[in-house]
Design a protein around this ligand. Structure first.
Ligand code: 13P
Length: 254
């Protein structure tokens, strides 16, 4: 297992936080703190902040992502945003299938798959989130749940396109709860994700895919999680809203 085969990426998922002035202030504070990062640095911000943040990060090493996109190219889908709209703005990444969207907005593996295919076709790099619920872990079906999500969410995605994707393993019970998976638990599932990809696409392709851990990752626990061979980065919620905390996590990713 060679971590040099893939890029480490630390991504912030701001969720539904920050007005435009707040977003500008946060990203301006972050720029000097992460300028020497050894890993990819991405901030996934609310749609309303995309333009502000894209302007603020011009010429820096920070990349910008959205938190969802629709699977149709255009049309009568009130309230939705297409992948092409994001690409035209200069957005590079998009979070898809986050557990909050699955839980609160009826997102299914089928719609995550459609969004993933549409995002790739438009030229975006999807950060596809998978993860088990607490009772799924407790009933020992974590691997079944994850395998199903991986197989369905990436259905029809070619090997070349898969290499443009990031997978975020986010155990639902660890999100926003302060309950982090242990580094061993995170490693176990990230390795299982890679093994599942290897079965579907071959080992070389699986080895090239960045797999992040997400769920209460913070400045204190990041180094241990990121030291694991199959944990290639993090998708950070709460701790991405404070520039010093987020930059500490970035520093932990070597
Ligand atoms: P927290 O870091 O707040 O637990 O959120 C994780 C997450 O959902 C990132 O997408």
């Amino acid at each position: 297992m060679n971590k040099n085969l893939r890029q480490a990426i630390i991504a912030g998922n701001w969720k539904m936080n920050k007005t435009r002035p707040e977003a500008k202030a946060l990203v301006e504070e972050l720029i000097p703190l992460v300028k020497d990062a050894d890993c990819g640095v991405v901030v996934c911000v609310p749609f309303t902040n995309l333009e502000t943040v894209l302007n603020a990060v011009k010429g820096t090493n920070i990349k910008v992502g959205a938190q969802n996109c629709h699977f149709e190219k255009s049309g009568a889908f009130t309230g939705e945003i297409s992948a092409d709209m994001l690409v035209e703005m200069g957005v590079e990444y998009v979070v898809l299938g986050h557990s909050e969207r699955r839980q609160y907005f009826g997102e299914t593996d089928e719609t995550v798959n459609k969004r993933t295919v549409a995002a790739l076709a438009a030229g975006l790099k999807p950060i596809v989130c998978v993860g088990e619920l607490l009772w799924e872990r407790e009933t020992n079906i974590t691997e079944e749940v994850i395998a199903r999500q991986i197989k369905l969410d990436f259905y029809g995605v070619s090997a070349d396109d898969l290499k443009k994707c990031v997978i975020a393993y986010e155990p639902v019970w660890a999100i926003g709860t302060g309950k982090t998976a242990t580094a061993d638990q995170a490693q176990e599932v990230c390795a299982f994700i890679r093994a599942t990809l290897a079965k579907l696409y071959g080992q070389a392709v699986a080895d090239a895919v960045t797999i992040q851990y997400g769920g209460s990752m913070n400045a204190k626990n990041a180094a241990e999680l990121l030291s694991k061979p199959d944990v290639d980065g993090g998708l950070i919620g709460g701790a991405s809203l404070k520039a010093p905390d987020f930059s500490e996590i970035v520093k932990a990713a070597k």
